[in-house]
Structure formats: C-alpha cells, structure tokens
Design a protein around this ligand. Sequence first.
Ligand code: ADP
Length: 779
Amino acid sequence: MNYVNTNFSIENTLNIVSGAMHTNKILLIEDNPGDARLVEILLSESDLLDCEIYHRVSLAEAMMELEKNTDFEAILLDLTLPDSQGFETLAQLITKFPNNNVIVLTGLADKSLGLKAVKAGAQDFLVKGAFDSELLAKTLRFSIERNQVLKRLEETQRVAHIGNWEYQPESNYFIASDEVYRIFGLPPRETFFLGQDLEDPKCPFHFFYQINRDVLDVGELKKDLKVTQANGYSKYVYIQCTVRKSQEYGEVIHGIIQDITERKLSEQELLKSQERYEEIFTESKDAIFIATLEGKLVDFNNATTELFGYPKRELESQNNIHELFYPREKKNEFLLKLRTQKSIKEYSIKVAHKSGEVRHCVISANIFVADDFIGYNCILRDITERKQAEKMKKARDLARHSAMMKEQFIASVSHEMRTPMNAILGMSNILVQMDLEKEQFNLVSSIKQSSEILLGVVNDILEISAIQNGKIVFENKFFNLEELLANLVNVMQYKAQEKDLYFETIIDEETPMILLGDKLRLNQILYNLVGNAIKFTDHGFIKIYIKKLFDIVDSVQLQFIVEDSGIGIPSEKIDAIFETFTRIRQKDRLYEGTGLGLSICKNLVEQQGGKIGATSEEGKGSKFFFDLIFEVGEASQLEPKSPELDHVELDEETPFRLLLVEDHKMNQLVARKTLERKFPNIYLKIADNGKIAIDILEQESFDIILMDIQMPVMDGYEATKHIREEMPDSIATLPILAMTAHAHISKDEKFKEYGLDDYVLKPFEPEDLFNKIAKYLRK
Ligand code: ADP
C-alpha cells in the first residue's frame, strides 16, 4: 500500500482535545514522496501530539478515503497531482466534501493560488519549503480547534434544532450545516447541495433559493414557515437571515433555520383544546361558572343565565350568586363543605329562578386558587325535569302495576265465580230435564236464566278488562257472512218470537259474502246490538240491514244497521251509552245489564278501524250502526269445516271409561250427573287431584280423561305433563280434555304446550261437552 502511517505521541504538549486522549487524523494528499516525508518529519518535530497521517498520492484515492472516513481534522492538499492540477483540485475536493478544513500546499511560484484557494473556501495555505514544524503545527492546531468548535456548534445546533446556512450570490456558493439537512429529513454528510442545485424546484433545498432572493430584496428576514421534507412530511421552521456586504465576496447571506414543529404542534394542540373547552363552556346545557367564595361571578356561560333567568349584565352585577340558592341558608352548608373538602361532587341544591320558580340542581365544585384569586369553579346541573320524569315514571309504574293487579284480580274473581256457577248452571240444567211440577219447573228455569245472565256479566267484565289492557288480538280468516247471519238469526229469532217481535234481515245484493276478518268479533258485536234491541223493545220489529258502502281495491267497507221500534234513548244520553257501565234509568222498569255491552262493541269496532254510532227517538225506537272494512275472498278460500263444529255422532249406548279429575265436589257431581244421564253405559271414575289421577291410571285403564286445571296437590297442567312424559304409551296417548273455569284458556294456546288435546270452559254447555267427548272417543 502506498501510504505511510505514522504515529506521534509526544507527551507534555498542550492537550488540545478536551477529555480523553484522541488521535487526530490528518489526510495528506501529495504525490511527491520527498514532500510527503518532509511533512511527516516536520510534524514529528512539532508539539502536536497523537497524530495519524493518512497519505494518499492522487485526488481520486483521497476522495475514496474521504468517502469512508469523515472525521479528518485537516486535509493537507498538494494542488498538483497526477489526476488533477491547480485550483481545480481544490474546487473538486471542497465541492464534494465541503465540511473539511483544507490546507493547500503550494509551491513558491504559485503563492497567489494559495490566496485564491482561501477565498474559495480553503482554511489556509502553506508554501512548500517556506514552513517549519512550528508553522505546520500552528496551522494544524488551528484546524483541530476549528473542528472542535464546529463539532460543538454542530452539537448545539442538533440539540437546539437550529441549523445555519450561508449563501454568496456572486459565486453561487451555498453551504448549510448538518442540522439544516436533518431538518429537511436528509442524512447529513451524504449529499451536499450546491448553489446551482437550489434553483431546481425539485431540490429539497429549493426553499432556500426563494429565501435567498427574498432577503436580497429586503435585507433582513424573520418568519415562521412550513416546509416539506424530502419524504413528504411537513415541518414548521423559523428562519432568520440577513445580508451583509463583504469586500472579498460581495453580498453574503447568513441565515439560521430552527425546527419549531414540536412547539408549533403543541401550540396548535393547545389552541384546539382551548377551543374545545371554550365550546364545552359555551355550549354546555349545564351552568358552568367561576365565582369568588363571596359569590361574585368571575366568568359564566349562557346556561348560567338561563338557569337563573337573569340576563348576562344583571348576573355580572349580581354581588352574591349564593343569594340565589334556595333556601338561602343552604349556601352556608354548601360553602362550609366546599371550604373543608376543597372539592364537592353532585351536591344537591335548589336555585331560585328570576321568575320565582325553584329548580332542582346538583352542583360539583372545586376550590380554585390562582395568583391572588381564591374562588371556586363549578358545574350546576338542572335536574328538575329528571326529577319530574322520575316522579312520572314512578306514577306510570304504579299505574301499570295496579292495572296488572286489576287484571289478575278480575281473572281470579272470574275463575272463582265460574266454578260455583258451573255447579248452579249444571244442576239447573239437569233439574229442568227432570219430571217437575209446573211451579218447580218455573223456579228452576228462573235459576237457570239468572245464572246465564250472571255468566254474561262475568264474560263482559273479563272482556272489558282485556280491552282496557290492550290484550285483544283480532283473527284474520276467511268466513262466510251468510252463514254467520244464519246462525245469528237462528238464535235471535227465537228470542224475538218470545216477545212477539217481527224480526227481519235485509242484505243488499251487492254485499260480498266471503270476507277476510274476525268473524267471532263481528258475531259478538251483532249479537250485542240485536240482544239490546230485543231487550229494549216490547212491540214492533227488529231489523238488520247490511250493505256495501265502498269498494277499496280488493276490500269493501260494509255497513251494519240494527234497528228497533223500542223504548229509544233520550238524545242527550246517546253519546254516553257507549261508555263503560252506562245504563239509562227507566222510570217504570229496570232492565238487567251491566252497561258494558256497547262499550265492548265500540272498542271492537274501533280497534278494527271502524266507526260505531246510534240515532234514536225516545218512545219510537233506535238505530245502531257500524262500519268495518273486510278483504273480499272466494269460496275456495274458506277453511274446510272442522268436524269440531259439526255435531259428532256417537251412539249414546256405547260403553266407555272416563276419568274425571276434579277437586270441587259439586262440580264432580254436576259432571257425573250430566254424563251419566247422557251415556247410560259410561264407567266414570273421579280423582280429587292430579296425583290421585296418576295413581288410578296406574291401576285401571280408561278411554278419555277430563282434567280440571286448578287443583291442590298436583294441578292439571302438571298431571298432564306427567302422563304424557312419564307414563307407558297406552296411557300417555289417551285423549285429555281440560275442563276449566280459566276463561283465558281459549285465548292462549298454552294448554296445547302441556299436552292437552282440547278444552271445555266451565260453566260448560252439556252439548259442547258431549260433542268433544264424542270427537275424541272416535279418534
Ligand atoms: P247493558 O245493555 O248491559 O246495560 P249496554 O252497554 O249494551 O249495556 O247498553 C248501555 C245502555 O244503553 C243500556 O243500559 C240502555 O239504557 C241503552 N241502550 C242500549 N241499546 C239500546 C236500545 N236498543 N234501545 C234503547 N236503549 C238502549
């Protein structure tokens, strides 16, 4: 290798490197071996300690070395090299490595070149043969010191994020410190931009081109700017630069650039959060204010003015906001708490609004000390509405609860009434069929009739309770209106005849007969109206008219009218009769009833989207009318008739075995008597509850079971479940019919879930019971 490596280690010389011992690297670029050797000797004679010389003989080799090694304290450069001569040598070197201290070695003949070199950026020059070891050492020491200073400066710049640059327009000379590169996101000492590079708009330093031109116009520049880094990120910088005139270089621009991104961002953050708090403060629905402990308001938001009801100016001049606390004595307790605890949360307090209205609030406050101010900040939340809502909710819950209780009460009263009525009705049914004397027959008939009326009352009460609790669900099935009317006439004609009334049904031709809707409800409404008509008419007629009002796409609006020639209704009472429990007093006669029928009708009509009304003339008669909309169907859409509705034939002499599960002694008797009269060959066994029934079923075989639901020990649901799930197949598959006084059994299909096949509602119609038994026996 063509280089000399020399180590000097001379003690007791000035230690120019602060801190630990440090090797000073010096690059010697010299092709003349004699000159190179001379430098080494001079250096060894000097008082410079610990130097290491890297000797290169061409510019190319030197440049290679500089690529690898960035920490040369000085470069001793001979301007005449095999691959480059004269001033060009220096120019090449400092263009590529501007941050090095270059000491140019010139011959005696070209001393002027040395001066030019210094102008162009060399640190110094030495004339070969004209410098001794002392001068060499002095020059190098200066270089070393300069490097140290530069390093410290560099460090300072790095820490402070401040870089500096210099620009000489005349020579287009530009130099920037490492930190400038860093600020622009460029690794320092890898690329260096020169004056001419800046002109390119794509150059990351193009920014300086602008700045330099601007400052030349105005002489001095100070401003914050946003710059874009090479990687696209933005930085905020502060720049300050001035133009100075020098004789040697013409105009020189000196500038510093400081990275103020962090500060800017935190300023922006601060501003944003200030704005946010400002917004919370002004937009808050809660009153927020700062006050002295004496109650003088220092700052407050709009909600405060709203809460207290005073305009801003009046609040500002209010000397003691605590005076507006209600009752006033409360302020002492509040202030004492605040002083002792420094911070209070959700403390309940009332304030007096300007209007005199008292608002319920909760207050959260903190003692607040700043400079010479002692006070508190607080949030005052108006909870008056919340309190009211809570109160209302309580009332609503209570109402809901009592409605539920009422419903339950009505359901259980109805059950408790139906059970003995089953006995009364059942027994009178059996009695009227017996051989009775006329008077006995009349008495028993009266008992039967009265019980039927009582049952109607119970049913109406249950119905109105269901309506009031929104429990009514309407069925949507195709039905035949003609059939419905035929059944109605069948029953009603008979009642009309009893009173010698003319009964007629007039149906407009255009009325479609196959309709989609709830036929049971329609029947119920008509039954009620016709029932009333018969009840309140002693002479004359009852007429039913039905006609189509409108066609609506594939639906029709039908009108139903029930007209009578009865006692009529005073015109001022017409509206009242549709209310619950309204009955109109008649001077000479009391008609039985509860005043529920029309109210039920009104609800049933209106809940299906229709209207009901009446016109009447006292003493002449009444007209009740309602309209309903039905979808029109075709005969093919009717459900095939279920055998249930038809009379099922069963030979009464057929022997069969029936288990009756029933705890009520009298109802046991009614059922036994009723069944035994109808089926003389029946074998009937009675179990007092579900448990006993299961025991009996284990001993004896049966064809059918009648099961009461509510029983002690084991109820009907439980017993059925046990039979279906736990007993041998022959028993588990027996038909089981519920026989219950729970009216809701027809509404929910719960009985099916428990495995019951069907139900008979108590008080039962004997025919209904016989039919169901026949149906399931035949199966
Ligand atoms: P109820 O008939 O059970 O008393 P309603 O609600 O059916 O109850 O009828 C309420 C009242 O309206 C009856 O008590 C009666 O005074 C009057 N009212 C109803 N229908 C007629 C009618 N067709 N003629 C005369 N008055 C009637």
